[in-house]
Design a protein around this ligand. Structure first.
Ligand code: ADP
Length: 304
């Protein structure tokens, strides 16, 4: 095992509030590791601490065998970052954005220019090489930000919500590219709100809330350890009344949310047979997924 990102008892507070609270993390080379959590859980702060962009109040951090934040500048030469919000330079073209960014890593223009055709092809932006940033679609800007993060051929790539705000087509293209990076042996650390994204891309995940990692494991392990294998979602105006009378009889566990009742069951057949007789209700029978785990661990109430 080759740990490339390591945190021990990491602490960070803002205005007396613990935003990162005793966090431990070991990420191995070649892994795609996902950090999940509701808004305000502390995910972005954790990424910024790991990159040495902000100083921790306590704990130890290592990034590629370098102590952080002390030697973060050296470590960051081998790291790429895709921030949550695109910060491309709007005055420059696609190619110029890659050139300017590469110079931050001490690369010569000749070195950067040698990499640009490959980066543009990877990002499906070859035809846009001379386009100014404001003329690009949201998906193209995200792909340029990803290409930019690869200019120094990093070993580790940090991605903060890489597909937020993208339509499904643009999202699928980013997913494909991230899988290619993992196949090349790069280490990926990403935050996301999309459980499907986490389930498809990540070898391991950690669910974070209130500054702490509350569970870690592969998507399959998290589902098996937390949730009954089958879910029946029951919808309709009378669903709450139905749940009051019948849900406990059929379901190992159930939760009501608005006009939906989520029934978690080992065997869905008796419940489904019963629901066939309930004309005013609709239902959806499906296998348990990561979103069920996430909602069980972090609750259904909104976070601002
Ligand atoms: P997440 O990425 O999981 O949504 P963040 O790490 O962005 O969470 O934020 C966690 C908490 O820390 C939030 O309550 C946020 O308001 C607070 N916070 C983050 N950065 C700062 C800062 N620079 N100053 C004050 N509070 C901050």
């Amino acid at each position: 095992m080759n740990t490339v990102i390591r945190a021990r008892n990491l602490q960070k507070s803002y205005a007396g509030q613990r935003v990162v609270d005793g966090l431990n993390l070991d990420i191995q080379r070649g892994e795609c590791f996902g950090l999940l959590g509701p808004n305000g859980a502390g995910k972005t702060t954790t990424l910024r601490l790991l990159l040495g962009l902000i100083a921790p109040d306590g704990g130890e951090l290592g990034l590629l065998d370098h102590a952080v934040p002390q030697d973060a500048r050296i470590a960051r030469l081998r790291v790429g970052v895709v921030p949550q919000f695109d910060n491309l330079d709007p005055d420059f073209t696609v190619t110029e954005n890659l050139l300017v960014y590469g110079r931050y890593f001490g690369m010569s223009d000749a070195q950067i220019r040698a990499r640009i055709p490959g980066l543009l092809a990877f990002a499906n932006l070859t035809a846009k090489r001379d386009a100014k940033v404001p003329t690009l679609s949201g998906g193209m800007k995200r792909r340029l930000t990803l290409a930019r993060a690869l200019v120094n051929d990093p070993d580790i790539i940090f991605l903060d919500e890489p597909t937020t705000g993208l339509d499904p087509q643009a999202r699928h293209l980013i997913w494909q590219r991230l899988r290619e990076l993992t196949a090349q042996g790069k280490t990926l650390l990403l935050t996301t709100h999309f459980m499907e994204e986490a389930e498809r891309l990540c070898h391991r995940l950690a669910v974070m809330d209130h500054g702490k990692l509350i569970q870690q494991g592969s998507p399959r392990e998290l589902i098996e350890q937390n949730i009954e294998p089958q879910v029946v979602e029951v919808f309709g105006e009378t669903s709450a009344a139905w749940a009051g009378q019948h849900a406990a009889h059929y379901a190992q566990r159930f939760e009501t949310s608005g006009e939906s009742v989520f029934c978690y069951v080992q065997d869905a057949q008796p419940l489904v047979a019963h629901l066939h007789t309930q004309n005013e209700l609709r239902y959806l029978h499906r296998p348990a997924n990561l979103e069920d785990v996430f909602l069980k661990l972090t609750g259904r109430e909104m976070r601002e």
